[in-house]
Design a protein around this ligand. Sequence first.
Ligand code: PAF
Length: 281
Amino acid sequence: MDIITTVSDQQKYCKSIISGDKGISLIPTMGNLHKGHESLFIRSTESDNRRIASIFVNPLQFNDAKDYTEYPRSIENDIKILEKHKIDCLFMPEVKDIILDRENKTECLPDYMSKLCGQYRVGHFNGVFEIVKRLFEVICPSLAYFGRKDYQQILLIRYIIKKYFDNNINLVECETIRDDFGLAMSSRNIHLSVNQRKQSSIIYKSLCSIKDQIKKDINYNFDKLRKELVSKVKNENIRVEYLELLTSENLSKPSRKKDENLTLLIAFYVSNIRLIDNIQI
Ligand code: PAF
């Protein structure tokens, strides 16, 4: 596997691939790779593109400096995992090289990006926007792989691709991978004890149960369902930050029409660890 650490080398590398008539598949990550990332690497074998993974802990998307410094980093093990999956190239740039000074211009993101995580982690999605757009500019992928666990992030990537890349990048949205307790895989799970992971299994179970109830009865009372979930998980020492049922297309309020695609999204704290999850209804 080639390991590239500068933007200019990465650009040269990508240019030579594209001029040799091959496409590029990009799997962007912040490292500390786990089974969720591995499912993206496996999925990316579907095309004969060159497969590039990036590892970059993006300071712009952390609204809390402590969260940034404490974000788990495990580069040696990550390299082993990437090699196991026969990834062609790892791009791991330095902050100063990859982050541009865009003269303090902040992108005005669509309204739905200021809901949910956008509301509780102010500036987070502007940070994700900056780095993903930049990675797309440097690497010029034809395919890009992202997990649906961060559903609001998926909406942001769709927005970036449409607005800045003329829909010329194919976004491959990959299913959420869960551990044996049903907890969605996340680099942050490393901070949880086995017991806390067991306790957290209540989240996925409760989301599935709400889904069943909504599907059964179009006249569901979501406020009541939310209250029940919040009090049930409180017994397991889990605090819910938000739980919302919104349209999958743009996170607006459901109209209760039969054919509407809805997503149930949650953010919650286990001790001081903040996690997110969602399921499609
Ligand atoms: O989902 C992530 O790991 C990050 O938000 C991403 C897309 C790599 C951007 O830093």
